[in-house]
Design a protein around this ligand. Structure first.
Ligand code: TRP
Length: 464
């Protein structure tokens, strides 16, 4: 997520020619994520509602969460309740599948650009592990070692491959069930049916559409131009023939398997890829339903508003290798505070939880809604002080990281390889499905192959 950004033009508003700084809009794409700035050059918070509107995704609402709870019998994860996962495409259709006891799978991934994960990296994985537990479905995790070497000038394929294997261990330490999880390195795994899918899909994509979605130009290396077909083809169930029951190595990519849809948990910056799949998947030789998505925000950097945890800035992030003391010092020294200048002022005016990084982290890790509300209220009215708030955040983060480190200790090379071996996965899905009534003639059938809804945004006209 951080290679040379495609050249972007800063929108300069009329009459602002002579000012030093112009307001800039936020920039969000798979390789460059930057918050906007106001006219004074102050960094703004990310505007997630704006990006959802621009890309025509749906915001996750109370109705959807209630339906989720009704169907699964599980309270929505606090990251859903508190809007860290805030947007989706067709998550409701995945719930239909779950309700009917029909198969679907989860797909997520990681671009291995360094050898250690920070807290922000683990969020989508910890959430995906929770989804895997709740739905009891197979999961594939893609390590895009190919992508990272293509997009980072300084990294070689050998290095990103190594990072990928290291990252796989950290990902495993997020708690995935080996029986239901297949992790693969692109450089190692892509061949056979997967490769057929990559080429078949690439044939459906005119360069215009890819350029529009990603901002490529004539000097972009052609590996980068091809790569989207790789990340996209990973959304097809036929790319993993071995994970499905009754694998027959001689069989063609089958029509029945092609129909199994996937749900992709990812940060919102990955959406441009999957719009390409959604726009074209039904044109594959064996038509595949559009993948569903569930999008997260970025985890705020320690420095606060508009920042994003970054592996290249050690003080912006809590690393999963940090000691309890390092965590404590980082929060105390670097976590942006919404508290006031003096104790007297804080008591009088109260703190501002909205901009307070310790409060935000606390809200990601404290599961008890009532307790969190109490903390928020007492911070806002000045009875709770910044130091006290930070102390609570430190304790929660230390616990999350320590639990991770404990699991990580058990992940040997052998364990890692057991997740990375192509093999049949085992899962049960919904234990109490409601069988759909036989489709009435012309009635509300499930997967109409070309459910072309005009509402779906075409990436080419939305970006670039
Ligand atoms: N491109 C992603 C990254 O740089 C990795 C990735 C591949 C991914 N497939 C994915 C992320 C699916 C989320 C969902 O991190």
């Amino acid at each position: 997520m951080a290679a040379p950004p495609p050249a972007t033009e800063l929108p300069i508003r009329e009459g602002e020619g002579e000012k030093k700084t112009a307001a800039t809009e936020q920039e969000i794409n798979p390789w460059d994520v930057q918050a906007g700035q106001d006219e004074q050059g102050n960094t703004l918070q990310f505007d997630y509602v704006a990006i959802s509107k621009k890309w025509a995704t749906k915001l996750i609402d109370e109705d959807l969460l209630q339906r989720f709870e009704r169907l699964t019998g599980k309270k929505p994860h606090r990251w859903l309740r508190r809007g860290l996962f805030f947007s989706h495409r067709d998550f409701d259709k995945i719930l239909d599948k779950y309700e009917a006891g029909e198969p679907f799978f989860l797909y997520t991934g990681r671009g291995p650009s360094s050898d250690a994960l920070h807290l922000g990296h683990t969020i989508p994985f910890t959430f995906t592990k929770w989804l895997q537990d709740v739905f009891d479905v197979p999961l594939v995790i893609m390590l895009t070692d190919d992508e990272k070497a293509l997009f980072k000038e300084k990294l070689t394929f050998e290095e990103t491959h190594k990072f990928g294997l290291q990252n796989a261990k950290d990902i495993i330490a997020c708690g995935f069930d080996v029986k239901k999880t297949f992790i693969f390195s692109d450089l190692e795994y892509i061949s056979g049916h997967f490769l057929y899918n990559v080429w078949e899909f690439s044939k459906l994509l005119p360069f215009n559409q890819v350029r529009g979605a990603f901002g490529f130009d004539g000097s972009t290396n052609i590996g980068r131009i091809m790569f989207p077909a790789v990340q996209c083809a990973a959304a097809f169930a036929t790319s993993y023939p071995q994970i499905w029951p009754n694998y027959d190595p001689k069989a063609d990519r089958s029509k029945a398997i092609a129909k199994i849809p996937c749900l992709i948990p990812c940060a919102i910056d990955q959406d441009p890829y999957f719009r390409l799949v959604r726009d074209n998947s039904t044109r594959m030789r064996h038509p595949t339903p559009k993948p569903a998505l569930i999008h997260s925000k970025f985890l705020t950097a320690l420095q606060g508003a508009g920042g994003k945890m970054s592996a290249s800035d050690p003080n912006s992030a809590i690393f999963m290798t940090d000691t309890p003391n390092q965590i404590k010092n980082k929060i105390i020294k670097h976590a942006f505070s919404g508290g006031r200048e003096s104790l007297e002022e804080h008591r009088r005016l109260g703190g501002i939880p909205e901009v307070d990084v310790a409060f935000q982290y606390l809200s990601y890790f404290e599961d008890d809604d009532a307790k969190l509300l109490e903390i928020e209220t007492s911070y806002r009215n000045g009875t709770l002080l910044t130091g006290e708030l930070k102390k609570m955040a430190i304790a929660m983060l230390q616990e999350y990281v320590a639990e991770f480190q404990e699991r990580r200790k058990g992940v040997t090379d052998e364990v890692m390889r057991s997740y990375m071996t192509p093999r049949e996965l085992e899962w049960k899905g919904n234990p109490n499905p409601v069988k759909k009534e036989k489709k009435a003639k012309g009635g509300k059938g499930e997967a109409k192959p070309a459910e072309a809804k005009p509402a779906e945004a075409k990436p080419a006209e939305k970006e670039g």
